[in-house]
Design a binder for this molecule. Sequence first.
Ligand SMILES: NC(=O)c1ccc[n+]([C@@H]2O[C@H](COP(=O)([O-])OP(=O)(O)OC[C@H]3O[C@@H](n4cnc5c(N)ncnc54)[C@H](O)[C@@H]3O)[C@@H](O)[C@H]2O)c1
Length: 310
Amino acid sequence: MADSLRVVVIGAGRMGSTHLDAIDASRSVDAVAVVDPVATVRDQLHARGLATHASIEDALDVGGFDAALVAAPSDLHLGLIRTLMAARIPTLCEKPCGLASTETSGAIDLAAVAGVVLQIGYWRRFVPALRQLRDRIGSGRLGELALVQAWQWDGEPPSAAFRRRSGGIVRDMGVHEFDQIRWLSGQDLTVAGLVESSVISEPPVENDPESAAIVGTLSGGGVALISLGRRYAPGDSCWVEVIGTRDTVRSEFMSGAEADRIFHTALVDQIDAFAGAIHGSPSDGATAADAVAALRAAEQARTLPSQPGS
Ligand SMILES: NC(=O)c1ccc[n+]([C@@H]2O[C@H](COP(=O)([O-])OP(=O)(O)OC[C@H]3O[C@@H](n4cnc5c(N)ncnc54)[C@H](O)[C@@H]3O)[C@@H](O)[C@H]2O)c1
């Protein structure tokens, strides 16, 4: 399409490939280039007709794109954003946007100086069932929120190499739930407790337990409960339950055979919203300030004493 947004995808592993499929289905965005240091990854994508580069600097030298999608490992997010913002490239960065909230705050400052869009990939905001739930909560039909419970259990853990540099389950997975709870409820979340399982994974991965449970308080006075797990035999599953003083809603918004389609559709809507934001439309996507709040919640959890499970 002549006036499609031309995007370079930075990092073409598990999530970068998933984004490339979503961009293929988008009517407002085209993937034109990919950056990945791994030659075999570049060769496969070159065969699909994409320009490929071993580094972001090489990509910027050649140019030919309007925006970037960062799907490289989380510990590289801030460095990549620094380079992109220096070149004034609008960026959609995967969550968590760095491994510490101070890194995300740094990204906000860089985007403000560059004066370009920086959106964070909290895709739950584009799941229709969750958008309906948010509207219901906002309308007051559930009453005051007494409890918001959010569960995220993955079918299989990612590679041990990924887990070692992911920041651990609370940062890597928990940030989705922290953002989702804040966004759904319209309230701030303060984490009050964390329990991590001592079940040994195979292969063992230090500082990344197999499962965790987190409890927190909402600024409206309700309670938040979060359950995370790396291994769930039925496959990737997420669900949320909101108990209000007037009504209760439970939404199994991602599970079973539909899980991949829901994820894919949300990613398409997310990248379209990013393109819209670049063209000046109001965006429903997460801001970097939202990502700071999610990482702060993770940091509150991590500073609490961890109790091994039985
Ligand atoms: N939103 C979600 O639901 C979701 C799900 C999975 C992962 N993620 C996020 O996506 C990011 C990537 O995760 P993943 O699972 O795809 O990891 P991955 O290890 O599968 O892929 C990362 C890719 O980045 C490449 N890479 C390494 N250094 C690079 C650099 N300097 N420049 C460009 N590319 C580089 C690697 O070669 C690899 O191909 C992480 O930040 C992770 O938190 C988000």
